[in-house]
Design a protein around this ligand. Structure first.
Ligand SMILES: *Cc1c(COP(=O)(O)O)cnc(C)c1O
Length: 214
């Protein structure tokens, strides 16, 4: 069930200056998004293009909404995602980045991009390895029609609280080293740790919307 407005305000009050809230609305319908937007929420995240398109169409009257793609991005979905989303949190390889750049030029778009990084072994997650990110950095920053605004990371499920904190700090330090302002990290169960580690975007789904329906 969707959070009530007073509980939403309590979460907002816990966010330090400079930390933004992304409401991940995957698995929830347009009515829930509309309701949350009536509390003042502007940024919404979706992880599947096919699911996002009809919802966005229904919500087209809410011009203030900003849409973030947070899911695994397949090659053949790049054009659609560029057309529909202002932010992409999940760019996990150089070929994908280059493809986004090329299609952004064709579509005359300038998406804001987070590079997803994999700081620990995790068979379930994609992402740049730190050494590959550093090795390719000059190529990465020279891609056209993309604003690289930060790094995104998801800790492996097996980590304990201390290990997660450590990982979030490592992501923050790497972003600082590369001169990137933003870190997209922290979900419903670990957002407070992520903020302590230096997140600037936390991505909350179930904490705001309740259990996912699909
Ligand atoms: C689903 C999802 C979230 C939100 O997850 P919750 O645990 O429901 O808060 C955040 N980030 C990404 C990349 C997701 O896919």
């Amino acid at each position: 069930m969707l959070i009530c407005s007073s509980d939403f305000e309590k979460i907002k009050a816990l966010l330090p200056f400079g930390v933004s809230l992304l409401a991940v609305s995957k698995g929830h319908d347009q009515d829930s998004i509309r309701k949350l937007s009536s509390y003042g929420q502007v940024d919404f995240g979706e992880s599947r293009l096919q699911e996002a398109i009809p919802k966005k169409k229904d919500l087209n009257d809410l011009k203030q909404l900003r849409w973030h793609f947070v899911g695994t991005l397949q090659k053949n979905k790049v054009r659609g995602v560029i057309k529909e989303f202002d932010f992409i949190h999940s760019v996990d390889s150089l070929p994908l980045l280059e493809r986004i750049s090329r299609i952004s030029q064709e579509e005359k778009k300038n998406p804001n991009v987070f590079l997803q990084i994999k700081l620990r072994d995790d068979p379930n997650k994609g992402g740049f390895l730190k050494q590959d990110l550093l090795k390719n950095w000059t190529n990465i920053v020279s891609v056209k029609n993309i604003h690289i605004i930060g790094l995104m990371t998801i800790p492996p499920v097996a980590l304990n609280s201390f290990q997660r904190k450590d990982l979030f700090c490592e992501c923050r330090n790497l972003a600082n080293y590369l001169g990137l302002k933003d870190c997209s990290m922290g979900m419903s169960t670990d957002w407070e740790e992520a903020i302590e580690g230096g997140a600037t975007w936390i991505r909350l789904g179930s904490l705001l919307f309740g259990e996912r329906h699909y």
